[in-house]
Ligand binder design. Structure first.
Ligand code: XIL
Length: 994
């Protein structure tokens, strides 16, 4: 009976997704003194030992003491499971254990490794810090799945080192969801209490919600969700108040929980039963930095990216301060639900990037920045259709339709009679990108930029209106080259139509800021049952004001009937465009109206012209010197000893590069940590390294919003020390005079200002030629003049130094930020400032590179007499486990090198760090791995330099060989000169330039 009961219980347990982890060994069943088996990956010479001992921190516990004296030697465990090999790692993809570093444990940075049989399933990426000595830590290692021919159930684990001393306990194999609580249908997790801001009630329970199951969580008004969430079921969140953070707030680390394995739907309801007087009931989304025009280089918060969020009546979605982007795969908003951005008055920008799941959605609530100074923007992505029915929105950072369809379906009549702001509000622009579609039957108060398709109506024959009823002002509808307006008709009376309370503007600027004379298209389609007569007129669009310039369209008419187009001003002043039937015969000029001219973004992948020669040990700098180019690296005196050439990083920095920059050493906080107290320890270390290795130096950086000392500003933005404008000018001037002056004649060039542009540059779409500065202590409290002054002061402090502006997200021509950068740089140049060039940081991830756009961008600075250089290149792996990850990275490094080599105004390419483990970014972005060994990226860059250098040599040699010249040299005046005299020389009838 007992046995049967247990049998049943285990059957139940194994059926559920969240089962128990498998304990491999906790040492409690072994005698103290038991000698453990050690295994060496390469066999032989085993001086390492392992013994069961009493826990050094707890006399009641037994653990394994491992003393490692040989590389590759690991303690061995038989796994008590029927599963072996792949079946075992499929079921248990994580190894968990407790680790205690003995006081004699040598080397803080080393790798932990796990083997199943002889197959390596885990090795620490890089050489991470292994934690403090003398304390137990819990470690979790995500195992690579065992290969198909592995049928082992023997684990070998531990540090790969030759002098380590550590303890292990509680070795477990853990299934993906073993740590989760599996919700049952209808289960309620009640966390709702009447708490205060000093007593958060967090939801920290890892929760698995199986398909078909609905779980309910009531949250408190002060709470943070720090739990992992998984499953395909439904989660109802009953929000008990406004401070319901998803993730931890800034003061608690801005972390966010792992919800990536939850793909079900989340419903949000207000829950007022416990505290009925909260400011709002909903969720506060936490973290995620974002550039709205440059999503690829952003890190939006992806917690909701793979799920649908349904905001029921009376709920609010708010965001934490900063410029944040929240991806929400699917969003449904009921009436009276609100999306409000930051929940206090500030200057925070919140972008909701919706639609990635390709499903449809309805936004019936209110979208606006509830608190002054903030901005809220909507970015529609994905193939689905989103319909805005809200009539009081003010999406003041704009709506951008990148893909799919946006239908504007607010009640236009109610907007008109009630003077409502309508579906978008008038403050932010509405931008419809190439390939995306705008339709509906409501009203749009926003100035609208059409690069894509404008198709009034939903299904029938309705009118889409552009009108600012709230303010009674005109709206501008700008049609860009190749944008499309589509009107559908059944008869002269039944047709869709566009109505503009304002005017239509024609632009010759394309989505990526090229000029084009291509006209917008105006297309009429007829339903199958349409019957028209001669002289029937279909009004395609009306405007309350005649467009200033004539409107030329690429007209497309249906095959049936022959039409003529009339543009006319009616008696009441209205401008209309009318299609009139002039013949019942087929249209002789029929051309199909398709999407063919809506060419989206064509990526230019790097070509593959690579021949690697690993036997060629010539350093990069030798080739670069030959080519007259600078190839450099960010060196970091605090990451490794820059004075010791036995340190592999230091050796590589000196060997390979002819220019260096301090990764942090010359920033404001490093050089002037106290007011007028200068510290050149770090910067001198860079200078000495450079001097020793005959390298040039870039100075980075003088005025930046980041890494400023707290005596200037607590966060680089606030003026919390209450400086006046004059004082701030004085502070900046003194800083620049001192730092630039200190290295006068020694630093080749300075990044005078860094990252001064705001991430949101949508202004350039509506206002070409402009740009927007990022709020910073300098920009906000001095004004734009800080940039001009910084250049002037830097020049005064060292007239021989070349001066640069530097930024990120400005690499690829066609993005709004790249355009804004160009506008700003042009402005600086036109203001006659001593500026020599601009830097493109190039912090990239594989897959982002578009060499054509990069090169076009660099080249457009040349006519201004400016350099455009690559200042901080690193390329993180988008998918580090892909077998071709490193090769793809290498190809992109090579492609950028080619752009650098073939453009004269790009004399410098700097890589932001030497080895992957010393990078500021994850995912192996550099040319050297964590052992400081050259990666494919290095060899590919090397091959490009070698090839270019040898080409140059051969072309010189060829010239020499071809030359058959006499000893007689003449100048252009026919006078005999010494060979080699500067200028043009003539020999045997040929001209030479010396
Ligand atoms: C980074 C450094 O690499 C980090 O070590 C530091 O913690 C933060 O700054 N753009 C810049 C660089 O201009 O100064 C930044 O460097 C990376 C982004």
């Amino acid at each position: 009976m007992k046995k049967l009961f247990f049998g049943l219980l285990s059957a139940v347990v194994s059926a559920s997704v969240c089962a128990e982890p498998l304990t491999v060994c906790d040492f409690e069943n072994y005698e103290v003194g038991t000698t453990w088996t050690m295994w060496n990956r390469y066999g032989g010479g085993e001086a390492s030992t392992a013994t069961v001992v009493t826990d050094p921190a707890n006399a009641n516990n037994k653990v394994l003491h491992v003393t490692v004296k040989n590389w590759n030697s690991h303690a061995e465990f038989a796994v008590p499971s029927e599963l072996t090999g792949k079946a075992l790692t499929d079921r248990y993809p994580t190894l968990r254990c407790q680790l205690y570093r003995g006081n004699g444990d040598n080397a803080d940075y080393k790798q932990f490794a796990v083997f199943l049989g002889t197959e390596e399933l885990y090795r620490d990426e890089g050489y991470p810090y292994q934690g403090n000595k003398g304390v137990w830590q819990t470690k979790g290692y995500a195992l690579k799945g065992a290969s198909a021919d592995n049928n082992s159930a023997v684990l070998r684990i531990g540090f790969n080192h030759d002098d380590s001393d550590y303890y292990l306990d509680n070795i477990q194999l853990v299934g993906e969801f073993d740590d989760y609580t599996e919700a049952t249908d209808g289960q309620v997790f009640d966390y709702c209490v009447n708490n205060t801001s000093s007593s958060y009630k967090n939801f920290d329970l890892p929760l698995f919600i199986p398909k078909g199951v609905t779980a309910n969580v009531r949250t408190s008004r002060y709470s943070e969700w720090t739990n992992a969430l998984a499953g395909e079921g439904t989660l109802n969140i009953y929000a008990g108040g406004e401070r319901c953070y998803i993730g931890t707030q800034a003061s608690k680390g801005s972390t966010y929980p792992d919800w990536t394995k939850m793909t079900g739907t989340i419903h949000l309801y207000p829950y007022k039963e416990v505290v009925g007087s909260c400011g709002f009931y909903g969720l506060l989304l936490q973290s995620g930095t974002f550039s709205p025009d440059n999503e690829e280089q952003s890190r939006p918060n992806i917690l909701f990216a793979n799920k649908t969020l349904v905001m029921h009546e009376g709920t609010t979605l708010a965001a934490e301060s900063g410029t944040r982007g929240f991806k929400i795969g699917g969003l449904q908003m009921e009436k009276t639900a609100e999306m409000i951005g930051y929940y206090k008055s500030s200057s925070a920008n919140s972008y909701y990037v919706i639609g990635g799941l390709n499903s449809d959605g309805v936004l019936a609530g209110k979208i606006y920045a509830k608190y002054s100074g903030n901005k809220v923007g909507i970015i529609k992505e994905g193939k689905g259709t989103y319909t805005i029915t809200g009539n009081e929105n003010d999406i003041n950072s704009g709506v951008t339709v990148n893909a799919g369809t946006l239908l504007i379906c607010n009640d236009a009549k109610a907007a008109e009679s009630g003077k409502k702001s309508g579906a978008t509000g008038a403050t932010g622009p509405l931008t419809v990108m190439t390939g995306a579609r705008l339709g509906g039957n409501g009203s749009i108060a926003a100035n609208t930029d059409m690069y894509g398709i404008l198709q009034p109506s939903t299904e029938g024959f309705e009118t889409l209106t552009f009108a600012n009823y709230a303010a009674g002002k005109d709206v501008a509808l700008t049609l860009h080259p190749k944008s499309v307006i589509r009107i559908n008709a059944r008869s002269a009376q039944e047709h869709s139509m566009l109505k503009v309370q304002g005017t239509i503007v024609k632009s010759n600027i394309t989505q990526d800021f090229q000029t084009s004379d291509a006209n917008p298209r105006l297309a009429l389609t007829l339903t199958d049952d349409a019957t028209l007569n001669i002289n029937d007129e279909i009004v395609l669009l009306t405007c309350s004001k005649k467009p200033a310039e004539g409107l030329a369209f690429d007209m497309r008419y249906p095959k049936r009937y022959t039409f003529t187009t009339e543009q006319r001003v009616e008696n009441d002043g209205t401008f209309t465009i009318v299609a009139r039937v002039i013949s019942l015969d087929d249209n002789p000029n029929y051309k199909e109206d398709d999407d063919e001219t809506q060419d989206g973004d064509v990526k230019n992948y790097p070509d593959e012209d690579i021949t690697i020669d690993m036997t060629d040990k010539t350093p990069l700098r030798t080739y670069a010197d030959k080519l007259g180019k600078s190839i450099g690296v960010a060196a970091a005196s605090y990451r490794y000893d820059l004075s010791n050439d036995n340190v592999p990083e230091t050796a590589a920095v000196g060997r390979e590069f002819n220019i260096v920059v301090g990764e942090n050493e010359m920033k404001f906080d490093a050089t002037e940590p106290g007011q007028n107290y200068f510290n050149y320890g770090g910067s001198d270390a860079i200078m000495w390294e450079a001097e020793r290795n005959h390298q040039e130096v870039r100075g980075h950086t003088l005025a930046w919003h980041s890494q400023v000392p707290s005596w200037v500003s607590s966060d680089g933005r606030k003026n919390n020390n209450g400086f006046t404008r004059e004082q701030l000018l004085g502070i900046l001037k003194n800083h620049i005079y001192n730092v630039v002056g200190k290295y006068k004649g020694k630093i080749r060039e300075w990044d005078v200002v860094n990252e001064v542009l705001d991430d949101d540059q949508s202004v350039v779409r509506t206002n070409p030629g402009t740009y927007k500065l990022r709020p910073s202590i300098w920009a906000t409290y001095i004004g734009e003049e800080f940039i001009d002054s910084a250049f002037v002061w830097a020049h005064e402090a060292d007239p021989s130094a070349k001066l640069y502006i530097n930024d990120y997200g400005v690499e690829f021509m066609g993005s709004t930020k790249a355009e804004a950068y160009f506008n700003l740089v042009k402005r600086l140049k036109a203001s006659n400032l001593p500026i020599d060039g601009c830097g493109l940081q190039c912090h990239l991830t594989t897959g982002q590179l578009d060499t054509l756009k990069l090169e076009n961008n660099i080249q457009r600075y040349a006519p201004l007499g400016l350099n455009c250089i690559i200042t901080e290149l690193d390329i993180a792996l988008a998918n580090p486990s892909a077998p071709d990850a490193l090769e793809n990275q290498a190809k992109e490094y090579a492609a950028i090198t080619r752009v650098f080599l073939r453009n004269e105004n790009c004399p410098t390419l700097m890589v932001w760090g030497i080895s992957d483990n010393n990078s500021w970014r994850h995912n192996q972005p550099l040319m050297f791995d964590s052992n400081c060994n050259a990666k494919p990226a290095y060899y590919y860059v090397h091959s490009q330099l070698r090839k270019a250098a040898s080409k140059k040599e051969t072309s010189v040699n060829l010239k020499k060989a071809e030359r058959t010249y006499s000893d007689e040299w003449y100048n252009l005046q026919g006078q005999r000169i010494m060979p080699g005299t500067k200028g043009i020389a003539i020999n045997s009838g040929k001209k030479f330039l010396f």
